[in-house]
Design a protein around this ligand. Structure first.
Ligand SMILES: [Zn+2]
Length: 119
């Protein structure tokens, strides 16, 4: 499988430890491309962990798609989760829209900027 954004091959990681059964293990898909926010740890570009929503990070936005809805948040540069050793980026929710379809990162950013302008 390839990343729908940058088309690099997605890393496939076993989502759960094998319990000895022969059924296919669920797999997490993570893009090799990582994006970095100023002073924060990098985040995978595209992340789809088993049983979880699809997460895309396109600075300054984080885009989470689940059950036909896409929730868009923007990085809050003044804030981070100080409970971790790593400075994780904190995001503020901006808008929720019907499922956003994958496109090039440039087109997605353009669309989000338009949506926010007219919301
Ligand atoms: Zn990617």
């Amino acid at each position: 499988m390839n990343c729908p954004l940058c088309h690099k091959i997605l890393l496939e990681i076993d989502a759960l430890p094998s319990d000895g059964c022969t059924v296919l293990n669920p797999i997490d898909y993570i893009c090799q491309t990582r994006v970095k926010f100023e002073g924060k740890v990098s985040e995978p570009h595209y992340e789809h962990r088993y049983g979880e929503p699809i997460k895309i990070v396109l600075p300054p936005y984080r885009i989470i798609t689940h059950n036909g809805n896409t929730s868009i948040s923007v990085a809050d540069p003044g804030n981070y989760d100080g409970t971790h050793n790593f400075k994780r980026t904190v995001f503020k929710h901006v808008i929720t829209i019907p499922e956003l379809h994958f496109d090039t990162p440039e087109n997605i950013l353009k669309r989000i900027n338009l949506l926010i302008t007219f919301s």
